[in-house]
Design a protein around this ligand. Structure first.
Ligand code: AGP
Length: 366
């Protein structure tokens, strides 16, 4: 069946709204309730090989890299395997040390991004093992890796990644669960994460239902020259991806910074016309994040808090609330309102949302 825009004004809008279905598909056939784990047959790793993994290194570009950063966080937190993500081009040009007990993971929705493909080849040339987390079946990166996880997110027409970013994050949550259950993650924690994963589609639908409220904030804030996005640990990657979306479609300068680093420089940027988007998960760092909000307010900055409760209203000027899931999975939900914020800012400013200037859907050259 042809992929059609339907009642949506733009592909980006349609694809943001397709996320509940994309997540549902990413999970289909991959949950094993009996052993509280994820089935990822395409990975091609035996339990013994899986146990021998000492490190995970994730490679990708742009939003794929940022989804990889979220993936690294999930793998380290859930499976307790040291994990990092690195932009693929940086990695391939710095003559990286390739280790036999490291699992390299190449991330790409198109499967054709040149720098990511070259990074895969660099790993393989040095004898490393690389698997793909890829959108397009049979694409160059999928073929080069030969094993991995397909996203099953469906087509993405808009240049801006939204549903493939979220589906990639879900694929990494499954990978983290799989790696964790071969190691020390308890069955109870496995079941807890599975329940969380299953709740995601319904919770994303709930967030999408608050679109009017997000549109209203975006319409008012689109007139500012730029925004600062801040978050700590689980919120940091969400801030980075939110800022990338705003730059990409609204052409507004958006800088993402770890909230903990504000006082080491970026606090000088705070002024009434450069608002701050603060990502505030309901975790052990909530009070520190509220401290950051207070620091910004004390310098006459405006704050939009993206978190899980309206109590944030006591600290911030604007609040976007998303439902709570498990702490490990909350970053997936916290990113959704920021996609809509960027989308509606771009629409307010009259930009070509689906084909932002100077950008291509897939970068197949260096
Ligand atoms: C993000 O919205 C962009 N589409 C871009 O950063 C993209 O994620 C990057 O170019 C990598 O593309 P890929 O996933 O097809 O490899």
């Amino acid at each position: 069946m042809a992929y059609e825009l339907g009642q949506h004004p733009h592909w980006m809008h349609k694809e943001i709204h397709e996320q509940p279905a994309a997540v549902e598909r990413a999970l289909t056939g991959r949950i094993d309730d009996r052993f509280a784990t994820a089935h990822l047959g395409g990975l091609g790793l035996s339990p013994r090989e899986t146990r021998e993994i000492r490190r995970v290194v994730i490679l990708g570009c742009g939003s794929a890299y940022l989804a990889g950063r979220l993936g690294a966080q999930l793998v380290e937190e859930v499976a307790r395997i040291p994990a990092v993500a690195e932009p693929a081009a940086e990695f391939r040009y710095r003559n990286p040390v390739i280790e036999p007990d490291t699992l390299y993971v190449a991330v790409s929705q198109s499967g054709e991004t040149y720098d990511t493909l070259a990074a895969v080849q660099e790993v393989q040339r040095k004898g490393g093992r690389v698997v793909g987390v890829v959108g397009k079946v049979g694409s160059a990166i999928a073929r080069e890796c030969g094993s991995g996880i397909y996203l099953h997110a469906g087509p993405e027409v808009s240049v801006t990644s939204t549903k493939t970013y979220t589906a990639t994050a879900v694929a990494f949550a499954l990978l983290a669960l799989h790696l964790g259950r071969v190691r020390d993650l308890s069955p109870a924690d496995g079941r807890r994460l599975i329940a969380g994963l299953r709740a995601l589609p319904g919770q994303i639908t709930e967030i999408l239902a608050s679109e009017e409220r997000i549109r209203d904030v975006a319409a008012r804030w689109a007139s500012y020259p730029g925004m600062l996005y801040v978050g700590r640990v689980r919120g940091a990657v969400v801030a980075s991806e939110g800022a990338l979306k705003l730059k990409e479609v609204a052409y507004l300068h958006a800088e993402a910074y770890p909230a903990s680093e504000l006082k080491h420089g970026p606090l000088a940027l705070i002024s009434p016309d450069r608002p701050v988007v603060a990502v505030i998960p309901d975790d052990e760092l909530r009070d520190k994040n509220l401290g950051t909000v207070a620091e910004v307010k004390a310098r006459d900055g405006q704050v939009l808090a993206v978190g899980h409760d309206l109590e944030l209203k006591a600290s911030a000027d604007e609040v976007l609330v998303v439902p709570r899931n498990e702490r490990e999975l909350d970053p997936i939900l916290l990113g959704i309102p920021l996609q809509l914020l960027a989308y509606h800012a771009a629409v307010t400013l009259g930009h070509d949302v689906d084909r932002p200037r100077n950008l291509a859907k897939s970068v197949t050259v260096e």
